[in-house]
Design a protein around this ligand. Sequence first.
Ligand code: B12
Length: 216
Amino acid sequence: MNKDEIIAELFDGMQDLDEERVMKAVAGAAGSGVTFDEAVNEGLALGIRKIGDRFESGELFLPHLVMAGDLMDAAVEKLSGVLSHQGEKASTSGTVVIGTVKDDIHEIGKNIVALMLRVSGFKVIDVGVDVPISDFINAAESNNARIIGTSALLTTTQFEQRRLVEQLESLGLRDKYKVLVGGGQVTEAWRQEIGADGYGKDANAAVRVAVELVKA
Ligand code: B12
């Protein structure tokens, strides 16, 4: 399969929750010319978003989301071994604390961002999912981090990203850290509204913005 066919297979296989098809495309990715970022962002991630849309419209149910999550995890894990990551290298090494905010257990996107930051030269402290703001700050303080990144996939949990900025301000720590936000419905407009420093629409953008933030 060539690059376009691999991307199409990853997309279709994911949106059909067809594990065999996805894994066959993953195995064929090496040597096809597809990059890790293209396979994830243009193939798998677009496919899993279709699953989300069909869940929202009532056509699919929670077990389908769970299956989609597991399939995405397995595919990304295998792809990361098969393909090399092509991204901007951070010239200054910096530590990033990253996690998914409280009451939110979505971790696939956060894991991809963490992986891409690592291969781009950052030290990454992944604090996991369903993480209270205080834990992000404690991890940043004890690891001498430069950036705190939060992922939020639910409209209801996005507000935790605002709370991080407020909490840092009230502790007198706002200038010490660059705050990076991302996840499903998060936008540049939201970043501006809450006064965060950077927004990444996908893992590539996350790395690019993180590199700029450590330079600043
Ligand atoms: C898989 C999935 C699940 C899985 C997650 C498994 C796992 N291990 O993570 C499970 C089954 C657990 C799940 C549960 C639920 N889910 Co869900 N889920 C999804 C789904 C289909 C895919 C999410 C995903 O992995 N996308 C792929 C990744 C690659 O994309 P991403 O997360 O956006 O990440 C990229 C960027 O956003 C960015 N990024 C991400 N994080 C960060 C962080 C930083 C710092 C930066 C810079 C960038 C960045 O880079 C990433 C890589 O490119 C989405 C649909 C969708 N449109 O996203 C629904 C979706 C997010 N879920 C939804 C809902 C409603 C739920 C549930 C409430 C369902 C229920 N009734 O129980 C629960 C909530 C559980 C909880 N408390 O968190 C809704 C949210 C609606 C809303 N606006 O609030 C969505 C949008 C589906 C829908 N259309 O209705 N879900």
